[in-house]
Design a binder for this molecule. Structure first.
Ligand code: ZN
Length: 458
């Protein structure tokens, strides 16, 4: 491969960050996604963060009587603001009456704020954060330093500005609601921009919504959850403004892991200046976020987390605007935008199982070949097959095949390799990879082996 000249590189960077020089977009990039990524505004993010900080607290059990302070004012502002972006956005409160339980000290109305940008198909891609905040005695530093006492929550109406946790995720979500709904692009998937409530009391807003979606069989293809994504300066002095962590639940080839790989592949293609670091665990050690609530109800969901955390400014009155870097948050928003736009423009991922859930891969025709079959995805004009050795986290090889629904690799052992297939359209948009996974073994009984009575006992 030729090494690009300096001039070419400069042009490519201009096109990617500026969005203005459309003609110079490299052929592998969709100019519409370049435009969406380029439309993310640091100034808008700053304005949202400042506004959210101004409510003083957004504790789920804080006041709903004030027009300027507490969760009632905050949720109404988020609602009105998203509604103002575009008539294409359908904004609503996804409301629940939550009973007193656990960290919920009285019956309370919890409202997720939800903005839907309808696509051609009902399958949904979510971008989310949680707008509630909390303060606890000693902040997160107290918890991390080995505190084993029960968590002492501050008065719900006392200061909990929550600019980073999770004003940052909400600002990112709201900014992408604006960018996507004003882009003029028609998406195949329906995009949902969601600000969850009651995350700090046990992911309650997300759980309630995921539970309802599972019950109503709403097809949620992907959830990109952002929680604490605005700060690049660790409390220990380490600074990293060039990367974002993405956590995903296993096992190796779970839908969430595949979604994480997609975010890395497509996020970094459109935002090459930002590195996506994948973490093969559900979340940080002994901590959790709303993506896990979606996992619990069977949906693919990943959690974005800033590169370096400052625990002094979490769950604490010190979680103020001074503790975030808007330029860094904007980069994380661009990665989300690229991944979500790619997913929403691509055909749905191919179905690679029978109606009974058996993977459609075998060793035919010789008994030593890899024979893959899949069902055609609506809108696909080709398929990309991926494979890697069975011991390895990332795809190692890929091959674009035409508009077919099977492929055979001679003398290739499906025992030693993992295979997957993605649907591709004529503009090069690519779905998440569907991975061939063996169902839990049915040929080996998991119970103990029964022994016959001994000869002496007979
Ligand atoms: Zn949080």
């Amino acid at each position: 491969m030729n090494i690009p000249t300096r001039a070419t590189l400069v042009l490519a960077c201009l096109a990617i960050t500026g969005g203005a020089a459309r003609a110079q977009v490299p052929a592998d990039l969709d100019p519409r996604i370049v435009q969406i990524v380029g439309a993310v505004s640091e100034d808008h993010l700053v304005a949202i963060l400042r506004k959210l900080e101004g409510f003083g607290t957004r504790n789920t059990m804080s006041t709903t009587d004030s027009p300027t302070h507490g969760i009632g004012a905050a949720r109404q502002w988020i609602f009105d603001e998203m509604k103002s972006f575009s008539p294409r956005l359908q904004v609503s409160f996804d409301a629940y009456r939550i009973a007193k339980q656990g960290r919920i000290t009285r019956d309370v109305e919890g409202r997720n704020v939800m903005a839907v940008l309808p696509g051609r198909s009902p399958r949904r891609i979510y971008i989310s954060g949680h707008y509630d905040s909390v303060a606890i005695a000693g902040g997160q530093t107290g918890r991390n330093s080995g505190g084993t006492q029960p968590i002492a929550f501050a008065d719900p109406d006392s200061a909990a500005p929550g600019v980073n946790d999770d004003g940052s995720g909400v600002a990112l979500t709201m900014e992408l609601a604006r960018v996507f709904s004003t882009s003029g692009v028609e998406f195949d998937a329906t995009l949902v921009f969601m600000a969850h409530v009651a995350e700090e009391q046990g992911l309650l807003g997300a759980k309630l919504h995921a539970q309802k979606a599972a019950k109503e069989q709403i097809p949620i293809d992907a959830v990109l959850n952002n929680d604490i994504v605005g700060n690049d300066r660790g409390g220990n002095g380490t600074i990293d403004s060039g990367s974002i962590r993405v956590y995903s639940e296993g096992p190796e080839d779970s839908p969430s892991r595949e979604l994480a790989r997609y975010v890395q592949r497509w996020g970094m293609r459109y935002v090459p200046s930002h590195r996506v670091r994948l973490m093969s665990r559900p979340d940080r050690f002994l901590r959790s976020g709303d993506h896990t609530a979606y996992n619990q109800y069977g949906f693919a969901a990943v959690g974005f987390r800033e590169s370096r955390e400052n625990f002094n400014r979490q769950h604490d009155p010190q979680d103020t605007f001074e503790g975030v870097s808007p330029a860094y948050l904007a980069q994380n928003a661009r990665v989300n935008a690229a991944a979500a736009a790619g997913l929403a423009l691509a055909p749905p991922a191919p179905v690679i199982v029978t109606d009974k859930g058996q993977p459609t891969i075998n060793r035919a025709p010789s008994g030593y070949d890899a024979h893959l079959q899949w069902k055609a995805s609506p809108g696909a004009t080709g398929y990309r097959i991926f494979w890697r050795e069975a011991w390895g986290p990332d795809w190692q090889h890929e091959m674009l095949v035409g508009s077919v629904t099977e492929a055979t690799f001679a003398n290739t052992l499906i025992d030693d390799l993992v295979f997957g297939v993605a649907a591709v359209d004529s503009a090069g948009h690519e779905s998440v990879v569907s991975v061939y996974i063996a169902p839990k073994s049915t040929s080996v009984d998991n119970g103990d082996v029964k022994l016959a009575p001994s000869a002496a006992a007979r």
